[in-house]
Design a protein around this ligand. Structure first.
Ligand SMILES: *Cc1c(COP(=O)(O)O)cnc(C)c1O
Length: 398
């Protein structure tokens, strides 16, 4: 939104609707158009000269940027309170391009143990091919994180809340880590969204989102974003000029459209998840519930102090055998079984058989992925209907 002099800062609900939109009202349309083009033509040689001598800012070729992409980037930057934002074609592109744009041979990365599986794979399998090693530390153990720092540590990477146990980062402890090394603190804030937490305001350097989740919000697109200072985001943008992985204009439009209602949805999902978590915690067929909004969660106090809401994902252990867990899943009537989260449709997943099917049972259990673990990502249905479905399916278990 245009900041007029003396105008008060608008709320995140308002920024979600108007952020980034104001310069593209072609034909006075209220929405930002999809500029579906691969290239942008020059009027004449004078314009080429003005552009190449940087006297004129304009678009050149689709891989280097597009007006719909730029508008979506501006919206997300306003939501996150970032100087700049770069969009990429998925969350993993945002993670890998950011790392590859800033890391050099011989650098070192510190990453928390419950980060997104492919992010851990990237650090554990691919970065070493380029002479970059990483140390995996236990999420929540800031003493271990401190000890893992080396002279050549370039990145400390964490997520929050994490998957599937919804561990929550202590951003105060991270500020202390920040002072102890010269590299970058990068937070994958996909589960929190800028509605619940804005790590840049806590002195973190870059925030990453899989916009596939809450920001897109409709289970109909993949996208990724990196946000922070113009200087850092530009480094990733320069890298993207070479490697591609751009978000196409149509997806940028879907992202903008989704993001307009993101604050409404996340606000609602926070409350639905809290209600469902409390319901499950008192259910006789549930052994344990993991939700940062419950006082029983290990990081409840941190979340309460540092987050606006506790997010839309609830994990729990069903009290039963694998066969009984399958019976529960097969008895669900309205909840769909599938990975991902943050869309309007609620999704339930059984990490042991959906995400970790390649791992041995021993490996899975070492990661806490038990046969009894279920992850529920709330959509925007009435939570009463979700609880009724869970209740009837739990009743069919034995
Ligand atoms: C989904 C997800 C990713 C990867 O995003 P894609 O859009 O699927 O590439 C990265 N980090 C977190 C925390 C995620 O949930």
């Amino acid at each position: 939104m245009k900041k007029k002099q003396g105008k008060v800062e608008s709320s995140i609900f308002t920024r979600a609707v108007h952020g980034g939109e104001d310069h593209f009202k072609y034909a006075d349309a209220i929405t930002t158009p999809i500029v579906q083009t691969s290239t942008f033509v020059f009027k004449n040689s004078k314009e080429i000269k003005q552009y190449t001598s940087k006297k004129l800012t304009r678009y050149e070729y689709g891989r280097y940027g597009n007006p719909t992409q730029r508008a979506a980037e501006k919206k997300l930057a306003e939501l996150e309170g970032a100087q700049d934002c770069l969009l990429l074609d998925c969350g993993m592109s945002a993670v890998t391009s950011t790392m590859l744009a800033v890391l050099e041979k011989g650098d070192h990365v510190v990453i928390t143990d419950d980060a997104y599986g492919q992010t851990l794979n990237f650090c554990g399998i691919h970065l070493p091919r380029f002479g970059i090693n990483s140390t995996v530390v236990k999420m929540g153990d800031y003493g271990q994180m401190k000890k893992a720092l080396r002279k050549n540590t370039k990145i400390v990477f964490s997520e929050s809340p994490t998957n599937p146990y919804l561990n929550v980062i202590d951003l105060e402890a991270m500020q202390d880590i920040r002072k102890r090394f010269r590299g970058l603190m990068i937070i994958d804030s996909t589960f929190a969204t800028p509605f619940n937490q804005r790590p840049l305001e806590w002195g973190m350097d870059l925030v990453i989102h899989s916009t596939t989740k809450y920001l897109g919000g409709h289970n109909d697109m993949l996208g990724g974003a990196v946000l922070g200072s113009t200087e850092l985001v530009d480094r990733v943008r320069e890298y993207q000029r070479v490697t591609g992985s751009i978000l196409d204009p149509h997806c940028c439009y879907l992202l903008m459209r989704g993001a307009k209602t993101f604050a409404l949805r996340v606000d609602y999902q926070n409350r639905s998840a809290q209600a469902v978590a409390e319901f499950l915690e008192s259910h006789p067929k549930i052994r344990k519930v993991f939700y940062p909004g419950l006082p029983s969660h290990a990081h409840h106090e941190i979340a309460k102090a540092q987050m606006k809401g506790y997010g839309g994902v609830v994990s729990f252990w069903v009290d039963g055998s694998l066969k009984q867990v399958n019976k529960f899943l097969d008895s669900l009537q309205s909840l769909h079984i599938g990975p991902t989260l943050g869309g309007v449709e609620s999704l339930i997943t059984h990490p042991a058989t959906v995400t970790y099917y390649r791992n041995t049972r021993k490996e899975r259990y070492a990661l806490g992925i038990t046969d009894q673990l279920i992850r529920l990502a709330l959509g925007i249905e009435d939570p009463a209907d979700i609880m009724a479905d869970l209740d009837q399916a739990l009743g069919k278990m034995s």
